[in-house]
Write a protein that binds this ligand. Structure first.
Ligand code: DHB
Ligand code: FE
Length: 311
């Protein structure tokens, strides 16, 4: 059986990718941002997931305004970086996991979530920036990735509640897969930001911090946030945060928050990041017993001096 061991959320600001590509990470402005992910990279290196499911949004790179799937699952063998106007980012091609992805497609669609299946897709900063933040800049990404692109660009995006329920269906799909795999799921985008119009530059730290608190402790409360409330409180692009609820829906009701980071701003955006671990980690064939797997993650957390908040 495969299992989801943890969820990770992170902003995906494109200028973070540009700072990496242009070797500006040591500049004070960017060091403030990247230093918040040092412990996370250590946590990820210790967690060693077999597969990552990355919930992200495409910014008119793979899809134009002519085709706007609400939920698009990447079932291809690989996903090259998209050209977003300055040539493709110099990051590795993302290797997919077509077998698990097809299994998820079948399970989730039979559970009545009508995904679009993508057998060819390029991935933009929405996916590659969180990958850099959690995995660094290796020559090849350390695990296969299943991209799930969510429409948060053109009205109407899916509701927060729909996203949360999709996360639950994804979890069920993962747990009914035949192979013994440890899976980490990413929710990306956000936090508060608005990049155009009279309110461009809007940041709402109070809203963001409450969102982070409730993501750990009371995610169901977040599923009642309407599109209008997201846009009013967190700016037009703050709606990206619905994607974090797919990640949260795929986790246990009660989780351990092992790390959190928040800084303002990066480009126009409040950068938020959180790592949530599932408590139940069933031992799979050839794996250490759950208690040991759990304590391994706890040791990793202690080493990285991450904090632990129980929901
Ligand atoms: C910015 C943030 C985004 O999420 C995005 O997709 C594009 C730009 C920004 O902060 O500039
Ligand atoms: Fe974005």
């Amino acid at each position: 059986m495969a299992r989801i061991i943890a969820g990770v959320a992170s902003s995906h600001v494109p200028a973070i990718g540009a700072a990496i590509d242009n070797k500006q990470t040591e500049e004070p402005y960017w060091k403030r941002v990247f230093s918040g992910f040092e412990k996370s990279k250590q946590w990820m290196a210790d967690a060693k997931p077999d597969v990552a499911i990355v919930v992200y949004n495409d910014h008119a790179s793979a899809f134009s305004v002519e085709v706007v799937p609400t939920f698009a699952l990447g079932c291809a063998a690989e996903f090259p970086p998209a050209d977003e106007g300055w040539g493709p980012r110099p990051v590795p091609v993302v290797q997919g996991h077509p077998e698990l992805a097809s299994h998820i497609a079948q399970s989730v669609i039979l559970d009545e979530f009508d995904l679009t299946i993508c057998n060819k897709m390029e991935v933009d900063h929405g996916l590659t920036v969180p990958m850099n933040l959690l995995f660094g800049s290796p020559k090849a990404w350390p695990c296969p990735v299943i991209p799930l692109a969510v429409n948060v660009v053109l009205y109407p995006p899916p509701t927060a509640h729909r996203c949360y329920m999709l996360g639950k269906a994804i979890r069920k799909a993962v747990e009914s897969y035949k192979d013994d795999l440890n899976v980490v799921i990413f929710g990306t985008g956000g936090m508060s930001h608005q990049i155009s119009g009279p309110r461009a530059g809007l940041i709402n730290s109070k809203f963001d911090k409450a969102f982070l608190d409730n993501l750990t402790k009371d995610p169901k409360k977040l599923t009642r946030i309407s599109h209008l409330e997201f846009m009013r409180e967190a700016g037009a692009e703050g709606i990206e945060m619905v994607m974090w609820l797919i990640m949260r829906g795929a986790l246990d009701d009660k989780v351990d928050e092992v790390y959190r980071f928040y800084t303002v701003p990066a480009s126009n955006t409040a950068v938020g990041h959180i790592i949530l671990e599932n408590r139940r980690r069933a031992a799979g064939k050839g794996r250490k017993p759950a208690a040991k797997a759990g304590s391994k993650l706890k040791r990793a957390a202690a080493r990285a001096k991450v904090h632990r908040v129980r929901s």
